[in-house]
Design a protein around this ligand. Structure first.
Ligand code: UD1
Ligand code: PEP
Length: 434
């Protein structure tokens, strides 16, 4: 099993290229199931989850191919397609639930295993099921599978007004994809507003979908009979960018994150600025022109010169839960006390015990973690427990004195594209060991 060996205490400097977003690429790969024409994605990140999703699509009968160095990947879901996502392929990946909406919309039936993914909470899919049922699907859960079909004589889902009990990212994506091929109008109330949803909607519009209001809490979709092929560039990964920003803030240094869009990270950047780091957005106020014209510059005098910041995780545009562990690592070494409240997932503090092993001062009380900053971390062997927890431990290792060994980095490989190469390129002493 691979581990990361980090010798801490070096500043990070230079340039780093931010990859396409895992959380946009995965739904967009599923969206290719909505048409029998060829779909080309570019800027697809090289990640374990992407490879798993590709295997899942291959297994259904989709013809997939990679193209060139720049993350090009084509998908051709021509008939016959087996509308099934088996447990063996989906057990490590939550995003597999995103196959349900497109399969049901195009083929009128689907059999999708209940998903796995990071162990950060119970993560039910009741809202997905309820929403698709509102669109006329019959769905039963049996033997660990969601088995979905349309009533006899019905060939398409029906448009519906769907109001979810809470804001759900993959739920919104499933309904959005399903609604594109449904009969009539679907209105999604309480929709998630994450940039990855906007990116997915823009891809679907290129495929011929009629969508309005994406990026707001009310999305309106007019169903069409068929969608066609398109070429689409995956939006930059704001969480990868945020992770590198926290790493540079903690170690000190000056770096430019190419292709990253500052606007997608407003809540994190505001906290970094309040902490005392200098962060500059480059390439305009929004990200509509695509990832390649944007960058973020950061300069930090190092954690000792920064002030720890309290925050609460909340849906976009609030502070992302996927950045909680990384910013907490920064708070451990920046000066002063802070409070981090996790409101999205009930079990997303598993990195705390590992950070404590490195010398951090953290006390957890329910959904809040109280951190006494200014810790002098010292290297140790720590265990990665989930994707973003792993990233938090890497940041802590980069500032800790001596050697830190981060074990179980298969979690990290699910969602970060060549993280250690990128960090090494910025001056970190980090290597992968078996
Ligand atoms: C592949 C992907 O894009 N994953 C992201 C997605 O996960 P994911 O889409 O799984 O997270 P959701 O937005 O659905 O979850 C939000 C909250 O709603 C609850 N819930 C959700 C659906 C449901 O049917 N029932 C239910 O109770 C969840 O347990 C959680 O407490 O959004 C999360 C929250 O921003 C991010 O951490 C993940 O990185
Ligand atoms: C928790 C995450 O991923 P997933 O939803 O795929 O488990 C994440 O991206 O931080």
């Amino acid at each position: 099993m691979d581990k990361l060996l980090i010798r801490g205490g070096r500043p990070l400097n230079g340039e780093v290229l931010i990859s396409g977003a895992k959380n946009a690429a995965l739904p967009e790969m599923c969206a290719t199931l909505l048409t029998d024409e060829l779909v080309m994605l570019t800027n697809v990140p090289r990640l374990h989850d992407v490879r798993t999703m590709r295997k899942l699509l291959d297994n259904m009968g989709v013809q997939t191919e990679t193209h060139g160095e720049r993350g090009g990947m084509s998908f051709h879901a021509a008939d016959p397609i087996t509308p099934e996502a088996p447990y063996e392929l989906v057990k490590t990946m939550r995003a597999s639930v995103l196959a349900l909406g497109p399969l049901l919309a195009r083929f009128g039936r689907a059999r999708v295993s209940l998903p796995g993914g990071c162990a950060i909470g119970s993560r039910p899919v009741d809202q997905h099921i309820k929403g698709l049922q509102a669109m006329g699907a019959d769905i039963v859960v049996e033997h660990g599978y969601m088995v979905a079909s349309l009533p006899d004589g019905q060939t398409r889902l029906k448009g519906a007004r769907i109001t979810t009990d809470m804001v759900t990212v993959t739920g919104t994506e499933n309904f959005l994809m399903a609604a594109c091929l449904a009969e009539g109008e679907t209105i999604l109330e309480n929709a998630a507003q994450e940039p990855e949803i906007t990116d997915l909607a823009e891809m679907l519009i290129k495929m011929g979908a009629q969508i309005e209001g994406h990026g707001t809490s009310r999305i309106r979709i007019q169903g069409v009979e068929r969608l066609h092929g398109c070429t689409h560039e995956v939006v930059a990964d704001r969480i990868e960018a945020g992770t590198f920003l926290c790493a540079v803030a903690a170690t000190g240094g000056e770096a430019t994150l190419q292709h990253a869009c500052a606007h997608h990270l407003d809540s994190v950047i505001e906290k970094l600025r309040e902490a005392g780091a200098e962060v500059t957005a480059m390439g305009g106020p929004d990200c509509e022109s695509g990832p390649r014209s944007h960058a973020i510059h950061i300069r930090s005098a190092g954690a000792k010169a920064l002030k720890a910041q309290s925050f609460r995780t909340i849906e976009y545009p609030g502070f992302p839960t996927d950045m909680q562990a990384q910013f907490m690592a920064l708070n451990c070494v920046a000066g002063g006390a802070s409070r981090v409240t996790e409101t999205i997932f009930e079990n997303r503090f598993m990195h705390v015990n590992e950070l404590v092993r490195l010398g951090a001062q953290i006390h957890v009380d329910g959904r809040a973690a109280m951190i006494d900053g200014g810790a002098q971390l010292s290297g140790a062997t720590v265990m990665a427990t989930d994707l973003r927890a792993s990233a938090g431990l890497v940041i802590a290792g980069l500032v800790a004195e001596g050697e830190t060994l981060v074990d179980r980095i298969y979690h990290l490989d699910r969602g970060y594209d060549q993280m250690e190469e990128k960090l090494r390129g910025m001056g970190a002493d980090i290597e992968r060991v078996s």
